[in-house]
Write a protein that binds this ligand. Structure first.
Ligand SMILES: Nc1nc2c(ncn2[C@@H]2O[C@H](COP(=O)(O)OP(=O)(O)OP(=O)(O)O)[C@@H](O)[C@H]2O)c(=O)[nH]1
Ligand SMILES: [Mg+2]
Length: 486
């Protein structure tokens, strides 16, 4: 990444980090980035993590909690005033009180959780104040996928975008934009209306890819789909153009205007995001919805692998830049986690994890990623189901039991959102794993899962609500922050 930023940026990152470190002397802090493509489960993960720490949830594989060394975990003011706060209370209210999944978030947000703990070693107790501030940063994976743009000029960007648009899987979705862009004359005088039509058509094509049932992964620019407060600004009103020659853009031409806006997008959107957020992270979790991809078929799995490769490439370390090497905080642990494992029986969890591991290994190899410890996990941040068995003739079948969301269907039955139902999830992951081996990629039989409502929380005799149930959230915590509380 270092090669893509200028010295000025490096210096700023270094200064930011030094100030951070200085502040860190007062209260040691760790920045945890949580990312993933939209609907991957970021909001649910953060909510469950905080809820379990604050309420002393069951986390047997998280050392500090298991050995009773955490005396208190509580929310504090976040350090960055310009970043929206992660609306933890709203999300908990949705999950726990209403038993509905939280709304989609679509932007960056942050939350500070402070943990008071006792060090495991007598030596540590002597020197450490036993307080860690965990700054959790939730940001869209789509924004991260913009980082490669920093290494591309407008002509490179146009060429790559046009190549991708012509691929058979995307050709029908991009047809309208391609026709419009093909008809535009790059050398004609710049015209706002032409630029707007092209940008809108390009954004519509990117959105169609996103909405497509093949679950095609997103293409940059990420803010075209999630513009936030930049909607309608010139930095977001451009589009790639086909067949650009190697010569420079004519002053005052459509191409020159597009070029300037593309550069503005990099300067005003991509760089600050990288500098202010990604470059300051210490740890990272990348959530992936492997279940959905397996469900949607081989193209979707291949696409998920491509997205994961690109995401990992963004975290790859710079090539020996002195400044970043010395000052910048660097991500030293990355967890790739497949969420929503509560949709399958625990006998299949290891299989799901094996599938994800293979996907991750290939992505790591293709991104020639190195420099951080990478771990892979199949988990459910919130466990919406429990397990049971059902007798069928002489067989005993393992089932999962939960309340399907109103409107979900299986075999012609439509659920009302209130009734608990036992579902036999099948041995599909096994099939998927086998098919994966054979086809060198993915399952060919689509797997169908029912979406469940969040679980009903049990209460203690004293009326206290217990913390949110999960699958392997404790393992995730141990890997991501366990060493900081040793
Ligand atoms: N059963 C189950 N479903 C989950 C879990 N995590 C997420 N989901 C489902 O996935 C959906 C998306 O989860 P979110 O946490 O909102 O995903 P996100 O990545 O924050 O999505 P955006 O904010 O849209 O980018 C939820 O509405 C749930 O339906 C989980 O641990 N178990
Ligand atoms: Mg979210």
């Amino acid at each position: 990444m270092a090669a893509l930023t200028s010295i000025g940026d490096e210096a700023r990152i270094a200064i930011d980090t030094l100030t951070g470190r200085a502040a860190g002397l007062v209260s040691p802090s760790l920045r945890l980035g949580v990312t993933g493509l939209s609907r991957a489960g970021k909001t649910v993960f953060i909510t469950a993590l905080v809820h379990n720490l604050v309420h002393g949830g069951r986390l047997p594989l998280f050392d500090a909690q298991k050995s009773g060394r955490i005396s208190r975990a509580y929310l504090e003011h976040q350090p960055d005033d310009a970043v929206p706060r992660f609306q933890y209370e709203d999300h908990v209210a949705a999950l726990v009180d209403e038993r509905i999944w939280p709304d989609s978030t679509r932007a960056i947000s942050e939350l500070r959780l402070t943990i008071d703990y006792e060090s495991a070693s007598g030596w540590g107790r002597l020197f450490s104040r036993g307080r860690l501030s965990l700054d959790v940063v939730d940001y869209p994976g789509e924004w991260l996928l913009d980082l490669p743009l920093l290494g591309k000029d407008y002509a490179d960007f146009s060429r790559d975008a046009c190549d991708l648009a012509r691929l058979p899987v995307r050709a029908d979705l991009s047809a309208e934009w391609a026709a419009l862009a093909g008809a535009a004359d790059p050398d004609a005088p710049a015209d706002e209306m032409t630029a707007r039509r092209l940008a809108e058509s390009f954004a519509a094509y990117l959105k169609a890819c996103k909405d497509d049932e093949r679950a095609l992964s997103t293409l940059p620019p990420g803010r075209f789909l999630m513009p936030g407060d930049l909607e309608g600004s010139p930095a977001l009103t451009f589009s790639p153009l086909p067949e650009l020659g190697g010569e420079r853009a004519k002053p005052g031409s459509l191409r020159a205007m597009m070029e300037r806006r593309y550069e503005a997008y990099k300067t005003h959107v991509v760089k600050p995001f990288f500098r202010e957020h990604v470059a300051r992270l210490d740890r990272q979790i990348v959530l992936i919805d492997a279940m959905q991809a397996l469900n949607a078929g081989p193209e979707a799995v291949a696409d998920l692998e491509r997205a994961l490769t690109e995401i990992l490439a963004c975290f790859r370390q710079g090539r020996g830049n002195m400044l970043t090497g010395l000052f910048s905080r660097r991500i030293d642990r990355i967890l790739i986690a497949a969420t929503k494992a509560d949709h399958i029986h625990h006998e299949s969890h290891d299989r799901l994890q094996a599938i994800v591991r293979r996907l991750a290994d290939r992505a790591i190899e293709r991104a020639s990623f190195s420099g951080a410890e990478v771990e892979v996990l199949a988990m459910a941040a919130v466990r919406a189901t429990r397990e049971g068995t059902v007798k069928q003739g002489r067989d005993t079948l393992p089932v999962i039991i939960g309340t399907p969301i109103a409107g979900e269907r299986i075999n012609g039955d439509t659920f009302d959102g209130e009734t608990e139902t036992a579902i036999f999830p099948g041995d599909l992951p096994e099939k998927a794993a086998a098919a994966w081996k054979d086809s060198g990629g993915a399952a060919d039989a689509p797997i169908r899962f029912v979406r469940f409502r969040p679980p009903k929380l049990e209460r203690t005799a004293a009326g206290l609500t217990l913390s949110l149930p999960h699958i392997r959230l404790d393992r995730a915590l141990q890997f991501l922050i366990g060493d900081q509380l040793a």
